[in-house]
Design a protein around this ligand. Sequence first.
Ligand code: HMG
Ligand code: MG
Length: 312
Amino acid sequence: MPPIPSNRIRIVEVGARDGLQNEAGRVPTPEKAELVRALIATGVPEIELTSFVSPKWIPQLGDAAELLELLAGDLSDGTTFSALVPNMQGMERLLEANEKAVNTTGRRAIDKVCLFTAASESFSKKNTNASIDETLERFEPVAHAAREQDLAIRGYISCAFACPFEGVIATEAVVHVAERLANELRVDELSIADTIGHAAPGDVTERIGALSHIERATLNLHLHDTLNRAADCVRAGLAAGVRSFDGAVGGLGGCPYASTPGKRAPGNIATSTLVQTIEDEGFTAGVSHAALNCARVLAGDLITRARAGATA
Ligand code: HMG
Ligand code: MG
């Protein structure tokens, strides 16, 4: 394999999870698999495939095990695949699905487990029916099982800048949760999430600076683009030393619990915007623009059909 250039930025494509969880209409599992195949073709190094959360809470992703089984033969060795897990019940479902979804080289579908908590108590309650402390307690056996199975661990911190219920979140709250994820749960990476797309570039500089003492976990930025300044926040992240960012194909997504009645939560930064920003700043993402455009068109078609189905 050729060496990875030193100016390479890692992009994690979260459209299949963060994008589809927020759609009122259901995308059929074979269409999700088709989207994932198109995303693999872009060359993006990591894809968040789905969630093993309660289907009562997020029915859109209730087909997680079926999706892995459908995709098993297509999961290339060069791409990392991850999925969200909220508790041990989700982890057991993931491990069972991973046993079944193995390709011809013996590769299991999922390489990384994504735990998710928040820097805001109100958001944590709304999103997981648990306090921040309770989510971290739930994660202990999940993290233990992940390590036993040689699965990497990502820890998301939602509302790392602002919360839809509490407003601006203090830096100390973010640092506290980040330290607990890194030191107690020993996550491999921390995904600092601007859940409602409130951050300005200066906030990114400040938060990343405040987290820079956490050396054992890679810092990742998960930006939503509400105020159309996610690209500026990427620039600030790059300048502050962040080398890993999430994007969603076509700018899909947004957390359902950050929405208000009648108003959808804003989407994630579009992967194409992310790639362009990274390249404009003199870095490389290793992603094919042409293949990304094909995936964007496919995602658009599939969402249009799902929305039409939801309103029919
Ligand atoms: P709960 O209702 O408190 O859980 O939900 P419970 O333990 O009382 O269980 C209730 C029912 O759910 C039971 O079934 C359980 O068996 C079942 P019943 O007995 O009623 O038939 N259940 C499950 N079923 C399947 N898989 C599971 C599971 N767990 C329980 N894993 C829970 C607690 C955490 C489960 C729930 O709140 C949940 O699933 N929340 C997930 C919400 C979610 O997915 N939000 C979006 C992802 S986070 C996000 O988007 C933010 C991010 O993008 C970063 C950012 O932008 O901020 C990552
Ligand atoms: Mg999100």
